[in-house]
Ligand binder design. Structure first.
Ligand code: HAM
Length: 417
């Protein structure tokens, strides 16, 4: 039997990994410039962690969680999102204290959700994300949004939307839920009992439902912005002012409500129109109550997660070229007698920082040159009798299809050119 990667998962092969590495390096460097330190948490957690935070009514928990009993009878779940595990870890290690200093963490992590796979929607996907912990001012919300935007700018993506909204505090959402239920009364009555119950438990989810009827109905739905308390409205206005000051183009989109239950006040999403239905290339918001839900002190916080696979799809659609990860040179022996020399030359060039390959099997020169072409090496460096005697190599520029003799001492400088 031939095995296949499980449905909804993807292998990253050597030809793909330079794009992943560039993305991760860009994100790490950016997070560092904003003062964020990396946090790594386990691949699985107590399932209750996600239940209590992401929410008992969210799809992520009710339908998509990879939870199971381990051999000790504990109910565990693969990481369903990155925020709650990070807060659990910081609390556990005493790094969140009442009135403590603001903390900044970032992560690069796999995330598991049992979804129906399609383009840009996987059962194991990966996220880069940040959390700004213990900061309640609107400037913290703006900082998080700014980092997400700068990330894509630095990756070279220019066409994306920044959608910002506020879902207010609990009292506001309560009154808004009532208004939505009233607006959707007939639609709800037409649903199957189970779907109706789910919608009634969390009416805000109707706002990003994919059901065409719901989409149509939500176009004329009341806006949550009309239900915000003055303090929430002021926060939203201030976040928007700070974004404008940072030169960030955004749109207010009252239908952005997010799929996890822990959000309060500011929420945001980055979207593109170029990668199909799964258009959210990042999202986040404020989650002022989450740490308390885990038994910690009041800790207003904000953060975001960006899906790596979707980010790569968006970059590809925008024609952003892959980073060049070709070897610099293939060193080839023209005859058995020169194999040791070739190995020594490869070693010396690697010591100088070049990426160099050679043939381990003692194949013919013709075969070695074929390998060089297949690997898309920039140069083939040939060592034969004449080269060996004169302290030179024959350098075949495989892009220009030209050849020259180069003294060994000049080789690093020539390759660098
Ligand atoms: P989320 O919106 O569920 O938020 O996921 C963040 C991003 O991960 C999405 O915008 C999308 O790019 C990507 N993503 C989500 N699900 C999938 C999937 N099935 N396949 C591929 N990509 C996917 C969170 O997870 C929050 N923890 C973000 C956050 C951090 N909020 C505050 N701090």
């Amino acid at each position: 039997m031939r095995f296949q990667a499980p449905r909804g998962t993807e292998d990253v092969l050597p030809g793909d990994s330079p794009r992943w590495q560039r993305l991760e390096q860009t994100f790490r460097a950016l997070a560092r410039r904003y003062g964020y330190g990396e946090i790594r948490t386990p691949t699985f957690e107590d399932a209750e962690l996600f239940l209590r935070t992401a929410g008992a009514t969210s799809d992520v928990v009710t339908k998509q969680m990879y939870n199971f009993q381990d051999k000790g009878g504990r109910e565990v779940a693969l990481k369903a999102e990155g925020t709650a595990p990070a807060m659990r870890a910081l609390l556990e290690h005493g790094l969140i204290q009442p009135g403590g200093a603001v903390q900044r963490v970032y992560y690069i992590t796999p995330v598991f959700r049992y979804e129906r796979p399609q383009k840009g929607r996987l059962r194991e996907h990966h996220q880069v994300g940040i959390e700004l912990i213990g900061a309640s001012a609107p400037a913290a919300d703006a900082e998080a949004i700014e980092i997400a935007v700068r990330f894509y700018e630095e990756m070279g993506l220019s066409e994306f939307q920044v959608l910002v909204n506020s879902i207010g505090r609990e009292a506001c959402r309560e009154s808004y839920r009532g208004a939505l239920l009233l607006h959707a009364r007939d639609y709800l009555a037409s649903l199957e009992p189970e779907a109706r119950e789910r919608a009634e438990q969390n009416p805000l989810r109707m706002l990003d439902s994919k059901d065409p009827e719901a989409v149509e109905l939500m176009r004329s739905a009341p806006s949550i912005l009309d239900h915000l308390e003055p303090s929430s409205r002021d926060r939203l206005d201030e976040v928007c002012r700070l974004l404008r000051d940072a030169g960030i183009r955004y749109e207010l989109e009252p239908r952005i409500v997010r799929g996890l239950d822990y959000y309060t006040e500011t929420v945001f999403e980055l979207q593109v129109t170029t990668i199909g239905a799964q258009s959210a290339i990042g999202g986040g918001g404020r989650y002022d109550g989450l740490v308390e839900q885990l038994g910690g002190p009041p800790t207003p916080s904000v953060g975001f997660g960006i899906g790596i696979e979707r980010a790569l799809l968006a970059l590809e659609a925008a024609g952003k070229n892959d980073p060049d990860d070709r070897p610099d040179a293939f060193v080839a022996a023209a005859g058995e007698a020169h194999r040791d020399e070739v190995l020594r030359l490869a070693r010396a060039l690697r010591h100088d920082g070049f990426s160099v390959v050679s043939d381990p099997e003692g194949k013919s020169l013709k075969s070695q040159l074929r390998q060089a072409g297949k690997l898309r090496c920039r140069f083939a460096l040939i060592v034969g009798d004449e080269e060996s005697q004169s302290g030179q190599v024959s350098a075949l520029d495989l892009d220009a299809d030209s050849q020259e003799r180069i003294p060994l001492a000049d080789l690093p400088a020539r390759l660098r050119r």
